[in-house]
Design a protein around this ligand. Structure first.
Ligand code: 5AD
Ligand code: SF4
Length: 459
């Protein structure tokens, strides 16, 4: 188990004789990839003798793990940093920004001396050195040029050892015109499948029951076999290997890209009961004109065909989406195309945003952000309301069914209830029973629903 500040107070005080900063607190400002990165950073720091502080106030290093994919996340990080300024007046504390941040944000924070150091996604292993250097009064140290997969790092997780994330690719080669990821995380690289399998086996052995394989575009996972020129382990092969080698571990993955998802992947999901029946398949827009401007490399028709293929091979598969409204040049007709695509597919759930230009991206440099914010918000509300309707429609179909649920924890709203998820990644809430523990796979009969959760009882 990890050492917390209170267990380790004495040790830390001794370390601090040399004025070394040792107690850290880390906060996330983004997606699953961001949470996974925080687990990697935490693990690196713990193995270098650093100690976690659950509270910001008792930490002497504060790490804010940034996500710059949308303006909103960057704004909330900026606000948080502003709120925490008072800490600097009270004691010696270092502020570090890690993860994906834009060049502009870094320049602003440096100019206004809001943060003490910045660490990009390929340089997390340097964090202990950076902190050591700052403790010794050295202001800047050179970073070695490298591309990191962190496949040699065991991510640290403080949850109840049930479900965790593992990155299988890092970076992205797709260059969607609105997206900052290729600039902040660089070109895509895949991790060695032997290391992924070893790591998943280890996770299973120490008690995890589910792993989510992460990548910006998992379908483009590729690992060259030996010296061969054209023999590769593809994503479908990796899923196959994992499903066979760890048959009792649930396997999820995110994110799939409509342009790269192969029929082989769909077939492997259908073949193995331990591969979860859920695909997160961002569409972004239902209009071919907008998809082209976004450089998404598929058409509305190709996307719909892919969904039809998924549903014909895996009828029970749930499908979720990302949709962005108000992209440059989006008119009422384009918006209607998105609405009609949603009506056709009736997704289980989705994540919806309005477009915010990100400095450095092609759309920021070349296109005019010409949809007024009031229209962006109006269109966003429309698609959110429509998605709620579709979610309710999909949820109702589970009523009366008995579902296999992996128990993940005690419900935050009512401690008499447990929660878990079914294979379709839908949260299910049900009353506790003495014979059921966190980490069990149990049968739950579904009795009721909201648009986001299913409610049931142990069968
Ligand atoms: N503005 C708004 N949403 C964005 N996303 C990515 N870039 C932007 C942006 N500039 C959304 C996309 C993507 C999700 C992770 O974030 O929908 O799929
Ligand atoms: Fe960004 Fe497109 Fe890559 Fe997703 S696929 S990370 S949206 S560039």
């Amino acid at each position: 188990m990890f050492k917390s500040y209170s267990d380790n107070k004495k040790n830390v005080m001794t370390n601090n004789k040399n004025n070394l900063y040792k107690i850290f607190h880390i906060e996330n400002y983004g997606c699953q990839m961001n949470i996974s990165d925080s687990e990697i950073i935490t693990s690196i720091l713990l193995t270098h003798g650093f100690v976690i502080s659950e509270k910001i106030e008792t930490a002497d290093i504060l790490l804010l793990n940034a996500c710059s994919i949308r303006e909103k996340a960057e704004l909330s990080l900026t606000k948080k940093l502003e709120q925490l300024r008072f800490l600097k007046k009270k004691k010696k504390v270092l502020f570090g920004i890690t993860g994906c941040f834009s060049k502009q944000l870094k320049e602003l924070f440096l100019k206004e001396k809001r943060a003490d150091f910045f660490v990009e996604p390929d340089h997390y292993k340097e964090i202990p050195n950076i902190i050591q250097s700052i403790s010794n009064g050295i202001k800047s140290i050179p970073f070695p040029r490298r591309k990191e997969t962190y496949s040699d790092i065991i991510p640290f997780s403080n949850n109840k050892k049930v479900t965790t994330f593992l990155s299988i690719t890092r970076g992205c080669n797709n260059m969607c015109t609105f997206c900052i990821v290729p600039f902040t995380r660089g070109r895509e690289i895949s991790s060695d499948p032997n290391i992924i399998i070893k790591e998943c086996k280890r996770l299973y052995k120490i008690g995890y029951k589910e792993v989510t394989l992460l990548g910006q575009n998992v379908d483009s996972y590729e690992w060259k076999i030996g010296d061969s020129k054209n023999r590769f382990i593809k994503f479908s092969d990796l899923l196959n290997l994992l499903a066979e080698e760890i048959p009792l571990m649930r396997i999820r993955f995110s994110t799939s890209n409509p342009h790269d998802m192969s029929e082989n992947v769909i077939r492997v999901i259908s073949k193995y009961p331990n591969i979860c029946k859920h695909i997160h398949l961002p569409v972004q827009s239902g209009s071919n004109k907008i998809l082209k401007l976004m450089n998404r490399k598929y058409t509305r028709e190709e996307y719909i065909n892919l969904i039809e293929k998924i549903r014909s091979i895996i009828p029970e598969c749930s499908i979720s989406h990302d949709i962005m409204t108000g992209f440059c040049g989006e008119d009422e007709e384009d918006h209607k195309d998105t609405i009609s695509l949603m009506n056709k597919i009736k997704y289980n759930y989705g994540y919806m945003f309005y477009y915010s230009p990100r400095p450095g991206t092609l759309s920021y440099r070349k296109f005019r952000d010409d949809v007024p914010i009031s229209i962006k918000k109006k269109r966003l509300k429309e698609i959110i309301d429509l998605q709620r309707k579709h979610s309710l429609y999909r949820m109702k179909k589970f009523i009366g069914e008995t579902q296999k649920i992996l128990v993940e924890g005690i419900s935050k709203k009512n401690c008499k209830n447990l929660y878990g998820r079914n294979t379709q990644n839908i949260v299910v809430i049900f009353p506790k029973k003495n014979f059921v523990s966190i980490g069990d796979n149990i049968n739950v009969k579904i009795l009721d629903n909201t648009s986001a959760t299913l409610i049931g009882k142990i069968d």
